[in-house]
Design a protein around this ligand. Structure first.
Ligand SMILES: [Zn+2]
Length: 225
């Protein structure tokens, strides 16, 4: 099983699938070359599409993919109208968000603390334009686990109030998932939540739990030819 969750939905140009990997694959840049290559080969086999990765930099840049060109752009969102390309947003506590527009365009978004604060999801929705969109919000660290300094909580919550949270042990925290859901709701985009808290569920990759060597899971979206 390559994915722990798959949904397939109709669009104007056919069908689109959205899926999420778990700890059985490590798709991160720190994975050994053969481990990551094996994971990407599994994704390619399961989707029948060419995996497309981005070099995630905690920004709001949206890269438009016009085909499986092998580029590795600095971006936190990928958008395409093409079939045969599987867009990946990789994460280990950050929020992988997959978007499907009714016209058949798809997007994969990496929304970490900076991405939520700076609005990478709204930026991607703006790039998709005025067309009905559905969203899938993948596994991420929950607000009860994601401890941050008080001033960091204040800074992010000033931009996205829904992120304001406290840990289960009573210290300042951020709820990135709530922030993404609020941004989607503000844009009128219905969202499906998939998976649990990455830190608490050891079938998922977590930077907070596993440290700097943590692997990466992925949200994957592709349109069937
Ligand atoms: Zn948690």
């Amino acid at each position: 099983m390559t994915f722990f969750h798959v949904d397939t939905v109709p669009v104007a140009t056919g069908t689109v699938s959205v899926a999420f990997t778990d700890r059985r694959l490590d798709l991160g840049d720190l994975a050994a070359d053969d481990v990551r290559a094996a994971g990407l080969a599994e994704v390619a086999a399961a989707t029948g599409a060419t995996p497309y990765l981005m070099h995630q930099v905690h920004g709001t840049a949206v890269h438009v993919v016009t085909g499986p060109d092998g580029a590795f752009p600095d971006a936190d969102a990928l958008v395409t109208a093409e079939a045969g390309v599987a867009l990946l947003a990789r994460a280990a506590d950050c929020v992988p968000v997959l978007l499907v527009a009714d016209d058949g365009r798809i997007a994969a978004v990496h929304a970490g603390r900076e991405g939520v604060r700076r609005g990478v999801v709204p930026a991607t929705l703006a790039a998709l334009g005025r067309v009905p969109v559905r969203a899938w919000v993948g596994p991420h660290i929950c607000g009860g686990c994601y401890e941050v300094p008080e001033e960091m909580r204040a800074e992010v919550a000033a931009a996205v109030p829904a992120t304001h949270a406290s840990t289960t042990w009573g210290t300042p925290a951020l709820d990135l998932g709530a922030g993404v859901l609020a941004q989607l709701a503000e844009a009128g985009v219905p969202a499906t939540e998939v998976g649990g808290c990455t830190r608490e569920d050891d079938t998922l990759h977590s930077h907070r739990r596993d440290g700097a060597a943590a692997g990466r899971l992925a949200g994957v979206v592709w349109r069937h030819p």
